[in-house]
Design a protein around this ligand. Sequence first.
Ligand SMILES: [Zn+2]
Ligand SMILES: [Zn+2]
Length: 267
Amino acid sequence: MAMRFSILGSGSSGNAALLVTAGARVLVDAGFSARRLGTMLAAIGESLEKVDAVFLTHEHGDHAAGIDGLKKFPHIRIFANQATARAVQSHLEHRPDWQIFETGARFAFRDLIVESFAVPHDAQEPVGFRFTSGHDGDLFAPRRSIAWLTDLGHAPQNIHECIRECEVVVVEANHCPELLKNDPKRPWSLKQRISGRHGHLSNHAAHALLAAVASPRWRRIYLTHLSRDCNSRAAVELAFAGIRGTLTSCEFSVVEPGQSTPFYDLE
Ligand SMILES: [Zn+2]
Ligand SMILES: [Zn+2]
């Protein structure tokens, strides 16, 4: 097994995933309380004691709310760029073991190569990630990559390149434009923010991104960060029917709010 991956939860009430390789156990985002993260990890036979690091995409609460409670686990290193670390730190009383990276830089953490890339979203310096382990041509540890791409208003060309050479892509399918438009709870200004260039990808926009890249390398796509009120499994399935028909060797997994996904083993 080259990599194991499980989404612990996804949506506006919290986002976090666990990525396991032979040499590392890392969380991508920590948008639930530490207690909740502990419970979610226990459900898949894992624990915060075994987690080495957290990689933060940005400071919004649904991605970083767990950092405060992680003070009980001082061995966990917190990776973020400077602007995100500063924004999160301003709400904390303790000082985590911050590991600051430059957006766009490529660095190693244990047996993982980590790459971050800027995404357009209304936060200080939001990023997406690509995690790679193994090497091309290595029979025992073949190269495997996973891209994490939530919270972005649109997908510039560089993002197309970031997801092309990955086996697993996590992308947000945040809202159905029709459901968002008709939502009675959200004021017009918030709807503008969500659907704007620095908001969230609609089902249609996420589908357009995947359809434009349509990489034969993909084995699994996770559709995540679904809005509880302004999206539904049915709306997502309808929007992605086209690409599901074309990329028949790739599995699609719709992750609804409140759901977690069992471990996916990437051989
Ligand atoms: Zn979010
Ligand atoms: Zn956000």
